[in-house]
Design a protein around this ligand. Structure first.
Ligand SMILES: O=C(O)CCC(=O)C(=O)O
Ligand SMILES: [Fe+2]
Length: 287
């Protein structure tokens, strides 16, 4: 499986991404965080590369890794497209509608959380929503994925051979908040490596987008604008960027929102005590 195979790739062949360099192509490894007790953050390594469309796929080598990815991508696309069909129908749209707006590009993100001696105080990733269209999570057997529902933090059970599906920010936006982007966070394990593959629909460049407005004309103009660059959004698990993202989201609703979407702003904020830093985008959605 792709997630296991990436371990075998000699690191000399994989570019290291400098997260602070906005001009560097997004393909390679990055150490996202190093253990920091004060910030309650563990070490997190990440691998990113494009898996669709074929012209954008990287890395070109090793050949067998590429082949495994191509096979995996077929299934990722099939599943994602099926889910987007259901979501389109749920909005009363043509089945193809959401896929036509967000389904063009896919990225594989692999997260690696080494064992951490302080799992009681350390988190893997802080609470966040994903900026993609959809995120699929294919995890190893170590639990650690947690979601917020009605102010409660819920541990998502590991079930072998299953895929977890997160609706992410772009589908929230194009649905004018009818579909919620799931607020989630991760934990670390004291003794075992936690690792997972996250194929994501890489749609964060699509807003503002003419196609979104044309294909989804009745869903309100208010969610089609963003002031963020693809780069910022990609790494928006950083609290500061998230807060700015939320501010722009709020401004969009206030400035241009349809009456219906404005009413979406009535949800109670998620309690700060259970989610650590600030509540993010979820507190602005319909209940
Ligand atoms: O590690 C996990 O379970 C989820 C990771 C995640 O939320 C992300 O990379 O966006
Ligand atoms: Fe996430």
């Amino acid at each position: 499986m792709v997630v296991d195979r990436h371990h075998d790739i000699p690191s000399s062949r994989v570019p290291i991404i400098d997260l602070s360099n906005p001009d560097q192509e997004l393909g390679g490894y990055a150490r996202k965080y190093t253990l920091d007790l004060e910030k309650r953050r563990g070490t997190v390594d990440q691998l990113f590369h494009n898996i669709w469309p074929p012209s954008a796929v990287n890395p070109k080598n090793p050949q067998d890794y590429r082949e495994v990815n191509a096979e995996c991508t077929k299934h990722v696309k099939m599943l994602s497209e099926k889910i987007m069909e259901w979501l389109s129908e749920g909005l009363g749209l043509r089945r193809e509608a959401i896929n036509e707006v967000v389904g063009g590009e896919y990225l594989l993100n692999v997260n690696y959380y080494p064992p951490c001696p302080h799992p009681d105080v350390i988190r893997g990733l802080n609470p966040h929503t994903d900026v993609s269209g959809l995120t699929l999570l294919i995890t190893n057997e170590i639990p650690g994925f947690q979601v917020f529902k009605d102010d409660q933090l819920i541990e998502v059970e590991y079930i072998p051979f299953t895929v977890i599906v997160n609706i992410s920010d772009q589908i929230l936006r194009l649905s004018s908040g009818r579909y919620k982007s799931v607020l989630h966070q991760t934990t670390v394990d004291k003794e075992r490596i936690r690792m997972l593959g996250l194929p994501k629909i890489r749609s964060w460049d699509l807003f503002p987008s003419l196609s979104a407005k044309t294909i989804l004309p009745n869903l309100g103009p208010c969610y089609t604008r963003t002031t963020f660059t693809a780069r910022e959004i990609c790494y928006s698990q950083d609290v500061e960027v998230f807060e700015r993202f939320n501010e722009s989201f709020e401004a969009e609703v206030t400035d241009e929102g349809t009456p219906e979407s404005k009413n979406c702003n009535t949800r109670k904020p998620i309690s700060k005590t259970c989610c650590g830093p600030k509540p993010f985008i979820m507190d602005k959605l319909c209940s």
